[in-house]
Design a protein around this ligand. Structure first.
Ligand SMILES: NC(=O)c1ccc[n+]([C@@H]2O[C@H](COP(=O)([O-])OP(=O)(O)OC[C@H]3O[C@@H](n4cnc5c(N)ncnc54)[C@H](OP(=O)(O)O)[C@@H]3O)[C@@H](O)[C@H]2O)c1
Length: 349
């Protein structure tokens, strides 16, 4: 495993991290995982040199009547792993504070008092620490963001107080899907050290402004959804059926042919540089020096083994990177579902 510095935090993170949206409980958007296998996957990840684990208070939430647990099942399973393995020092743990109004993404014009009001931030930090069973988070991220929040002083004061108390070492923002510049004024405050954002072979827009900004200002970059929610694994075919969840909408019958056509074209590029689509997708991201870590959603030992094996320091050739530029496919999940959002400026031009 190779390691990279997470921007100004100075944390030495594994360049392949572990995303844990699907790890435990009944994640919205995904089929329920086998938690014993998830625990084995966590052990394997650390054993293979991985250290960066990305979670969130809401991951694994159980919403239905009769569910006995609340949210944060993923945090709790990671806590269980730390307790049983005694591996706290080997893991760099990043979690996220959900918006108080529980609305994803953060919408233009919605005041921060509805999303991250004063007092709420520390309450959620305490809740995450409790479910993880740890005393300090290495990185805490806001789970939605709007750059207008940069003007507010409440969150700035509160995060500095929380850091002084030793509950959180570093702060980041996990920004809205497909809006890679909706954080730059906030980064100018100097209080936020990392950005988590969608970046993959299809969604290449972050290369335009966010990557150059991060390079200049030493911001840590955590690239989420590197496999386009599974679209870039090459496993999804015209016959793939999902439960009635986020993926059934993401890979709906209108979009599915586009995925199959595009991934078939990408498969033609597989050769000595990358032998499978997930490998190509991860190597693409790791070929950017600005990227600190890629966090494929991983809950199976075989996927941990495949993903961590990509970290061997070998970058894609410039020729292949130039070719991959032609495969960008900018879409917007939310606007596709509700075209009226486009007029609200949801899509970043
Ligand atoms: N707003 C936010 O802050 C936000 C939003 C989304 C995601 N995230 C974070 O980013 C992480 C990654 O995003 P994601 O999980 O949504 O999407 P993703 O990483 O693009 O895709 C995850 C899917 O890829 C599959 N997979 C992983 N490795 C594979 C491999 N080697 N071969 C074949 N299939 C493989 C997984 O398989 P299985 O189904 O078999 O496990 C899962 O279905 C999340 O887990 C979460 O930590 C954050």
């Amino acid at each position: 495993m190779k390691y990279r510095t997470l921007g100004k935090t100075g944390l030495n993170v594994s360049e392949v991290g572990m995303g844990t949206w699907q790890l435990a409980g009944r994640p919205w958007g995904w089929d329920a995982p086998d938690e014993k296998e998830s625990l084995r996957a966590l052990h394997k990840f650390i054993e293979l040199g991985g250290n960066f684990i990305d979670t969130a208070w809401v991951y694994g939430r159980l919403d239905e009547p009769g569910d006995s647990k609340g949210a944060h099942c993923s945090e709790e399973l990671i806590g269980e792993f730390i307790k049983e393995s005694g591996n706290r020092d080997k893991a760099i743990i990043a979690s996220k504070i959900p918006p108080k109004n529980r609305k994803w993404p953060a919408w233009q014009g919605v005041p921060i008092s509805e999303v991250f009001p004063e007092g709420y931030i520390e309450k959620m930090v305490d809740s995450s620490l409790k479910s993880l069973g740890i005393e300090t988070l290495d990185l805490m991220q806001f789970h939605v963001w709007q750059d207008d929040f940069a003007k507010d002083d409440g969150w700035k004061n509160e995060i500095q107080n929380i850091t002084k108390k030793g509950k959180v070492k570093h702060w980041g923002v996990s920004i809205n899907d497909y809006q890679p510049s909706n954080c730059l004024k906030t980064l100018d405050t100097g209080l936020i050290e990392s950005v988590q954002f969608i970046f993959n072979i299809f969604h290449q827009k972050p290369t335009e402004k966010l990557l150059p900004y991060a390079k200049k200002h030493n911001i840590g970059l955590i690239t989420r959804v590197p496999l386009d929610e599974g679209g870039l694994t090459g496993k999804i075919t015209m016959d793939t059926k999902f439960e009635d969840d986020m993926r059934s909408k993401y890979f709906n019958s209108v979009r599915l042919p586009g995925f199959v056509e595009r991934t078939d074209k990408l498969k033609e590029l597989l050769d000595g540089e990358a032998k499978s689509l997930p490998e190509l997708a991860l190597r693409y991201l790791l070929s950017f020096d600005e990227v600190s870590t890629v966090i494929p959603g991983t809950r199976k030992v075989k996927n941990v083994e495949a993903n961590t094996s990509v970290s061997d320091g070998r970058k894609l050739s410039q020729k292949l990177m130039d070719e991959l530029k032609k495969h960008s496919w900018e879409r917007n999940f939310y606007v596709d579902l509700d075209p009226s959002l486009e007029k609200d400026g949801y899509i970043e031009k």
